[in-house]
Design a protein around this ligand. Structure first.
Ligand code: SAH
Length: 203
């Protein structure tokens, strides 16, 4: 099976597959990796960070069960690739990135490609964006050791959070967390993964 066939077999939402075919992934990787842009693996984007593997982007997006009414919060803009996918499938995306140089590059890239329902914010993702909360969907693309409480508090009722959890030296797992109408949380561990750590800012 090719990587593309694996993705098509696993991903349930046809709109996610369509979004993946629409966003030009080669525009989000450094020049020297353009030929590898569509291979199914993570690639370096500078500053010790990586653009997530295509399958993982598709898998995480699928579990968000997005529609065009959703207000989405992403932590870890990185290259902006996941942000672009989210922007196609939702109403508005807020994305926080802690490394300013990456944020600047992504901002230019996303504007150039015409994605206009995205708000990028520099800073510490652990804080979320209080003044824009609640969010219908939250996706974290770096791994915290535990689910950040502040972000859980910013998740709307009926909302879904997709987050890789775990220490760097241990196997991390992708969790899907759903907030019920009564505020209770349902947590499901769905896949072993390997993400860069979610950086804790030293104050
Ligand atoms: N979604 C990105 C993946 C980037 S890797 C893409 O498709 O390219 C994870 C990103 O999370 C990195 O850019 C890293 O700088 C960022 N990050 C790590 N800790 C963070 C934090 N506390 N707040 C915001 N961003 C963070």
């Amino acid at each position: 099976m090719t990587d593309e066939q694996i993705i098509e077999n696993v991903i349930k939402d046809a709109n996610v597959l369509k979004a993946i075919k629409t966003v030009p992934r080669h525009e989000f990787v450094p020049k020297e990796y353009i030929n590898s842009a569509y291979e199914d693996g993570p690639l370096p984007i500078g500053h010790g960070q990586t653009i997530s593997q295509l399958f993982i982007v598709a898998f995480m997006t699928d579990h968000l069960e997005l529609n065009s009414t959703h207000k989405v919060l992403e932590i870890g803009t990185g290259s902006g690739y996941q942000t672009a996918i989210l922007s196609i499938l939702s109403k508005h995306v807020y994305s926080i990135e802690i490394i300013d140089d990456l944020l600047k590059e992504s901002s230019i890239r996303l504007k150039k490609l015409g994605y206009d329902n995205i708000t990028l914010q520099s800073g510490d993702g652990y804080k979320g964006i209080e003044q824009e909360a609640p969010f219908d969907r939250i996706i974290i693309t770096a791994a915290p050791e535990e689910v950040p409480d502040t972000l859980l508090a910013q998740l709307n009722v009926g909302g879904i959070m997709v987050v890789p959890i775990g220490k760097q030296c241990e196997i991390q797992h992708l969790w899907v967390i759903k907030k019920d109408s009564d505020g209770s949380l349902m947590k499901e561990k769905v896949l072993p993964v390997g993400f860069v750590p979610m950086i804790k800012k030293i104050n």
